[in-house]
Design a protein around this ligand. Structure first.
Ligand SMILES: NC(=O)NCCC(=O)O
Ligand SMILES: [Zn+2]
Ligand SMILES: [Zn+2]
Length: 461
């Protein structure tokens, strides 16, 4: 049995910052102790570095079929890139297609992921077809550790659920302990605005942002909250981007409702200025909910500080510019929706610490501990404590980097953050004690990562 000691670093969790050595045995954290007290077979020197829990990215879409194509990262390339960025657990979305069962969708996603992942993974289930059979299946999935279900108020004809279907799924989740994750945009109204914009000849990527109005995100967020309240169910709203939507969440939480919210780095660091880039470059930034004018960022940062937003996930859903985003030349509604980012999240949020938006511990909370708690993985994931999986990142807070498609590991031909300078960089990553990145060399392997069943939301118990 190899005992590994991480020596000399500053251990940061959501609740503490302490200079301590971390002992790892059997893939788990065995002990934390004052520096120099413990010995081991192998020592990793973390002097001058942070020792942080591996990131938990609760929103990724590897190989997602969308808009006539597939997200360009496989589970193999995407989880490897996640590790490079200090993320050691992803929760991806299995998809139920209309007319098929949840089981078929989940089995298909297991088959895509199994044996291919560099780091551990779990699944949420996208429910596109609510019926008696599907509702029963939700109970089974919760028992199997797939404890959260995404529904869409957007994308009519694809993933869309109407209010009745949403209410039924919420009622079921109130009974079986599952958590409904909502894509909150009024897709029916948006489709009218899309049609009208295209009829006026407004075909450029920037019109994607204009038709998907903040008010229609707020309206859907409000409606989802009320439906959840009627059902007596908790609610998690994904990829929140608009000031008005944060206000809806804050109001509901002030009323004591079990309502939670997630935002993503793209809404914190990018804006409609990117969507307006000329020569169709704006297509690189087409995602839904859309990027908003810069002024919305302050409300998102505030929400993260006040805990009206609890989680930052990536919604990693990469499509190459060449051959994929280009499908929407001449019609913005045909641009596949989604941005790459699984590799960038931990670094961007560390930069946010340096920029004064959040504290170091809040960085770890929103990127590691809260997503783990929200989706039933804590304290196995999301912290450094005896008994936890030894998913650990040695982070150099002083290293400078320039984000670029030239150097990133995601399988996509552009970076949404091309040329951005950040301070702080992942140096070494352990997943259950195994080195996946060793002093900036990839030392992991496809198949190390395993499916990780989850318990129900730990903010409700
Ligand atoms: N967000 C996005 O644009 N693409 C992925 C699918 C979704 O999360 O709605
Ligand atoms: Zn969505
Ligand atoms: Zn998504």
């Amino acid at each position: 049995m190899t005992r590994t000691l991480i020596h000399g670093g500053l251990v940061i969790t959501a609740s503490d910052e302490v200079h301590a050595d971390v002992l790892i045995e059997h893939g788990r954290i065995a002990a934390l102790a004052a520096p120099g007290v413990l010995t081991a077979d192998r020592t990793i020197d973390a002097t001058g570095k942070y020792v942080i829990p591996g990131g938990v990215d609760a929103h990724t879409h590897m190989e997602l079929p969308f808009g006539g194509t597939f997200a360009s990262d496989t589970f193999e390339t995407g989880t490897r890139a996640a590790a490079w960025g200090g993320t050691t657990t992803i929760i991806d979305f299995a998809v139920q297609s209309v007319g098929h069962s949840l089981r078929e969708g989940l089995d298909a996603w297991h088959a895509k992921a199994e044996g291919n992942c560099a780091v551990d993974y779990g699944f949420h289930m996208i429910v596109s077809d609510v019926n008696e059979h599907t509702l029963k299946e939700m109970d089974h999935l919760v028992e199997e550790g797939v404890t959260s279900f995404k529904q869409f108020m957007a994308y009519p004809g694809v993933f869309y659920s109407d209010d009745g279907q949403i209410l039924r799924a919420m009622q079921r989740s109130a009974e079986n302990g599952g958590l409904i994750m909502m894509h909150a945009e009024n897709g029916i109204a948006i489709d009218v605005l899309v049609e009208q914009a295209l009829a006026r000849g407004e075909t450029d990527p920037r019109y994607h942002g204009e038709v998907r109005k903040a008010l229609l995100e707020a309206e859907a967020t409000h409606r989802a909250i009320k439906l959840a309240q009627v059902a007596g169910a908790p609610l998690y709203v994904v990829h929140v981007s608009a000031t008005e939507a944060v206000a809806e969440l804050a109001r509901a939480r002030d009323e004591g409702l079990p309502v939670f919210g997630e935002t993503c780095p793209q809404y914190l660091f990018l804006s409609t200025d990117n969507l307006a880039e000329p020569d169709f470059e704006g297509a690189k930034y087409v995602c839904s909910t859309p990027l908003r004018p810069k002024e919305h960022q302050a409300a998102l940062w505030r929400g993260l500080r006040t805990n009206d937003l609890q989680v930052v996930s990536t919604d990693h859903c990469p499509f190459c510019f060449v051959g994929q985003k280009e499908l929407g030349r001449g019609d913005f509604s045909k641009i596949p929706n989604g941005l790459p980012g699984v590799e960038n999240r931990m670094d961007l949020l560390h930069q946010a610490v340096l920029d004064g938006h959040i504290s170091r511990r809040r960085w770890i909370e929103i990127a590691c501990a809260s997503p783990a708690r929200m989706f039933g993985l804590y304290p196995k994931k999301g912290t450094i404590a005896p008994g936890a999986d030894a998913d650990v990142v040695i982070y150099d807070p002083h290293a400078e980097q320039i984000m670029s498609a030239e150097t990133h590991h995601m399988n996509v031909d552009y970076s949404a953050y091309e040329g951005r300078r950040t301070t702080g960089r992942v140096e070494t990553v352990l997943s259950r004690g195994e080195p996946v990145i060793t002093e900036r060399e990839y030392t992991g392997r496809a198949g190390h990562g395993v499916f990780t069943p989850r318990s129900t939301c730990q903010y409700l118990t």
